[in-house]
Design a binder for this molecule. Structure first.
Ligand code: NAD
Ligand code: MG
Ligand code: MG
Ligand code: MG
Ligand code: MG
Length: 334
């Protein structure tokens, strides 16, 4: 649990990339975050080595970007900062490959806190453990940087072995462009717990559960599948875009007064005290490690529940109807 503090926001002036002057950064992984961090760091003048296993399908892209590519162990051996940008579920295994290469005073750097917070990776005490987590997918981290802009991010220090781990993390955040937009100071605990809560209760779990329940309610009442899809799923993007731009008030101003009155009086029929209690249970399972243990066990046992849930979701009627309808207006995405 984290104290409820007002966050400090750091900008370009607060950070100094020259802190990383004599530093080599090993970027492990060249996916969404990895390709962006590696190229932005290099363009900011930092020495970068990409760490990918022999035969990894992302090796050609890293080589085409003009970056040196080594195995994760060799990259880590040559580096002072090891940035772990492989999928969270395989990070413990990749850590085992590079652990011996972490020397006193080195830094292990993450973009999400799960494995440190839940004790799946335990770096030695003489190593800095930091996080710089852009609040956006990697392609935007790269594209905004190239445009002279940046995406907001989070910075955290779990372990400060050198006494200046925070300044080094801020320098990394600046080198990938995040301080141009603003970087918020947080902790591994807060980042991990709020991220899991957000994706489970609201962003991914809550929103999809609400869409499916809305769709089923309309179709069971005899309305057409196509109408149901448009009303409860397709139009979500338009509403969310309005909220993203102008907050809730901006959205309420743009929809009809009927929609505003209906929404304000009826929303709590759906998200009521019981739904709130469900959210509190989600948060509890995140905080006490129940969710983490469950997900770690899933991954150690070939993901039986994950696979079954993944397939069932793809089989929901709203997916078949939606795929057919999106086909009709694919021009809208051009
Ligand atoms: P990704 O799946 O896009 O990329 C993973 C990369 O790791 C790929 O290049 C893959 O080839 C490589 N890889 C796979 N096995 C490997 C191995 N054994 N050794 C070395 N490399 C290997 O992952 P991502 O989405 O960039 O996530 C990386 C980290 O960034 C995670 O901690 C994630 O939580 C965090 N993060 C992601 C986002 C996002 O929007 N994608 C945003 C913020 C933070
Ligand atoms: Mg080293
Ligand atoms: Mg998140
Ligand atoms: Mg997440
Ligand atoms: Mg409508």
């Amino acid at each position: 649990m984290t104290e409820n503090l007002n966050a400090t926001v750091y900008r370009d002036d607060d950070a100094d990339v020259s802190t990383l002057e004599d530093t080599t950064v090993a970027v492990l992984g060249f996916g969404s975050q990895g390709h962006a961090h590696a190229q932005n760091l290099a363009d900011s003048g930092v020495d970068v080595i990409v760490g990918l296993p022999e035969g990894n399908p992302d090796r050609p892209a890293a080589e085409d970007a003009g970056l040196p590519v080594e195995t994760p162990a060799d990259a880590a051996a040559a580096a002072d900062v090891v940035s772990v940008l492989v999928p969270d579920t395989i990070q413990p295994a990749v850590y085992d490959e590079i652990a011996e290469e972490l020397d006193a005073g080195d830094t292990i750097q993450f973009a999400h806190g799960f494995n440190i917070h839940y004790g799946q990776i335990e770096p030695p005490e003489d190593v800095n453990v930091t996080m710089v987590a852009p609040k956006s997918p990697g392609h935007l981290v790269r594209r905004t940087y190239e445009n002279g802009e940046g995406v907001p991010g989070l910075v955290a220090v779990e372990q400060d072995a050198t006494g200046d781990a925070f300044d080094r993390a801020l320098a990394y955040a600046k080198a990938i462009g995040c301080t141009r937009a603003g970087v918020i100071e947080t902790t591994f605990a807060e980042e991990t717990e709020t991220d899991l809560f957000g994706e489970q209760a609201v962003l991914c779990g809550g929103v999809t559960a609400m869409m499916k329940a809305g769709y089923d309610t309309l179709v069971e009442a005899g309305y057409s599948e196509e109408m149901a899809y448009f009303e409860v799923m397709n139009e979500m993007k338009l509403i969310v875009d309005l909220i993203y731009e102008g907050g809730l008030s901006g959205m309420w101003d743009s929809v009809s007064d009927t929609a505003e009155y209906g929404g304000l009086t009826r929303g709590e029929y759906v998200i009521d005290e019981e739904a709130k209690a469900g959210m509190e249970q989600i948060l509890e399972e995140v905080q006490d490690g129940t969710f983490a243990r469950e997900w770690i066990t899933e991954n150690q046992t070939n993901r039986p529940s994950y696979k079954q849930l993944h397939d069932a979701e793809a089989d929901h009627d709203i997916e078949r109807v939606g795929a057919d309808l999106r086909e009709l207006f694919s021009w809208a995405e051009e």
